[in-house]
Design a protein around this ligand. Structure first.
Ligand code: AHR
Length: 500
């Protein structure tokens, strides 16, 4: 069992879009309340945000944060979250059958995002609201002053504009579960008119039209075509949402999720070209994968997760708190490989979500915060993938999968920043190790490598919990095979990063 990777450091594929390492904070479950924000916690600062969680967010190395939803945003009134806290209304959140206290809103979240180094990507409500409210929020956030809305921001304690550049025009409007669900024509028109007015208010904004909620939607394809025809010339990006999960007795297909995402992105790129959809600057509309992750939505595979729509209207209930395994982490690593490989067409991506809700970081109220298994491929990739994606030729055996046919058992992508080449490799095989030969001109003896795989004595279902975190990257041994090549052995089911 062997594979060969040949890198061409002088063949640049595309600059690494650093926004590829975005994340997502929704007012959902315990992502905000009892997640990043828990005023009673010993680690909370005077603003109520947990310093231990903020430290982990910085370590994760994300670049952008999408906010405040998700399905939540389609029923959200942004005005509820600004102004004196004791005057903010408590509302039903019909998207997640929860109670929203509005303790955290735009001001608190923007300050927190800045403090952890995240660029804010704000979503507007195109479910229950429309053009006027979106433009109002933009004026409130970005106009310097001297108007009712911008002066209201100043009266609420923020003199300088928030200067938010990235805006999502609604969320998953193709989904029947969405508040204010629309047809492609209805949404396309609304998105276009919202974009037009937002650009009049602030021409510097970058806008994301909502694409399909997933590749299996019956309207996928036609939705993108219709929305892009309406919004061409007005939006910069179209979104892709992609969640993957393991089906019973089919780990091979799950491990091939990266190949599935590659095909999904290729199809959306083809539609952009077919429609000739252009951003305002005349370049082709790019893809924003603004929700992606592993998410075990099927009951058989759920760990300790209550159903969403039961009981009354709790504040910050435990929703979709997936406990991720080594297998999940390897899939997350391989999805990042796909996103980097697609850097020519993909402008940004958001790991959904950040804390507790299908998240790389978990917390307990009054208790610890810890790194899930999926934290590591994300943080290691975000830290090293800078500069340009370079050409990589991969020769590997294939694995049969029930859902996607034969897929390569080894996949990889590489970046180069000055003299440093970083390589991200996944081994999807479950049975045997694979010996990988990696060829690249100009090798020095400074190579370092880490691998994420099942810890000794554990299997692919190993997970990190509040009490014990056995899953973490370990050093990977590499040997020099020749002047221009190295060799290393990846165990079954592994993700690795090399820096050469
Ligand atoms: O991330 C969880 C949910 O998944 C989001 O609210 C929604 O947009 C998607 O369906």
């Amino acid at each position: 069992r062997s594979a060969r990777i040949v890198l061409s450091p002088d063949v640049l594929v595309a600059p690494v879009p650093r926004r590829l390492f975005g994340t997502f904070v929704e007012h959902m479950g315990r992502c905000v309340y009892d997640g990043i924000y828990e005023p009673g916690h010993a680690a909370a600062g005077p603003d109520g945000f947990r310093a231990d969680v903020a430290d982990l967010v910085r370590e994760l190395g994300a670049t952008v944060v999408r906010y405040p939803g998700g399905n939540f945003v389609s029923g959200y009134r942004w005005e509820d979250g600004v102004g004196p806290r004791d005057e903010r209304p408590v509302r039903l959140d019909a998207a997640w059958h929860s109670t929203e206290t509005n303790e955290v809103g735009l001001h608190e979240f923007a300050d927190w995002a800045a403090s952890v180094g995240l660029e804010l990507m704000e979503a507007v409500n195109l479910g229950t609201r429309g053009v006027a409210e979106a433009a109002d929020l933009l004026e409130y956030a970005n106009h310097s002053g001297g108007t009712a809305l911008s002066d209201r921001r100043r009266a609420n304690g923020r003199d300088e504009p928030f200067d938010i550049r990235l805006w999502c025009l609604g969320n998953e409007m193709d989904g029947p579960w969405q508040i204010g669900h629309k047809t492609a024509d209805e949404y396309g028109r609304l998105a276009a008119e919202t974009a037009r007015l937002m650009r009049f208010v602030d021409p510097r904004v970058e806008l994301v039209a909502a694409g399909s909620s997933n590749h299996e939607m019956p309207t996928f394809g036609e939705w993108e075509r219709t929305v892009l025809r309406h919004t061409s010339g007005l939006v910069d990006h179209i979104s892709v949402h992609a969640y993957y999960e393991e089906s019973p007795d089919d780990p091979a297909s799950f491990l091939a999720s990266g190949a599935a995402l590659d095909r999904y992105l290729d199809e959306v790129a083809e539609i952009i070209d077919e429609v000739g959809a252009r951003a305002p600057d005349g370049s082709p509309v790019r893809i924003s994968v603004d929700e992606w992750n592993v998410w075990n939505q099927t009951r058989w595979n759920e760990v300790d997760k209550p159903r969403v729509f039961t009981g009354d209207w709790p504040v910050a209930p435990r929703l979709i708190e997936d406990a991720y395994t080594v297998t999940d982490a390897v899939v997350v690593g391989s999805l990042l490989i796909t996103l980097l490989r697609q850097a020519e067409r993909v402008s940004m991506a958001n790991l959904a979500q950040l804390v507790n809700v299908i998240a790389p970081i978990r917390t307990e109220p009054g208790g610890p915060a810890w790194r899930q298994t999926t934290f590591f491929p994300f943080s290691l990739t975000a830290a090293a993938a800078t500069g340009d994606v370079i050409a990589a030729d991969i020769d590997s055996a294939t694995l049969p999968t029930a859902r996607y046919g034969d897929v390569p058992s080894v996949d990889a992508v590489a970046t180069r920043d000055g003299d440093v080449v970083s390589v991200f490799v996944v081994h999807r095989g479950l049975d045997e190790p694979v010996t990988v030969d990696l060829d690249v001109a100009g090798l020095t003896d400074d190579a370092t490598a880490v691998v994420l795989t099942a810890p000794a004595g554990a299997d692919r279902h190993a997970t990190n919990t509040a009490d014990a975190q056995p899953v973490a990257p370990e050093p990977l041994t590499i040997e020099r095979a020749s002047a221009d090549s190295i060799r290393f052995v990846l165990p079954p089911l592994a993700w690795a990063r090399l820096q050469l």
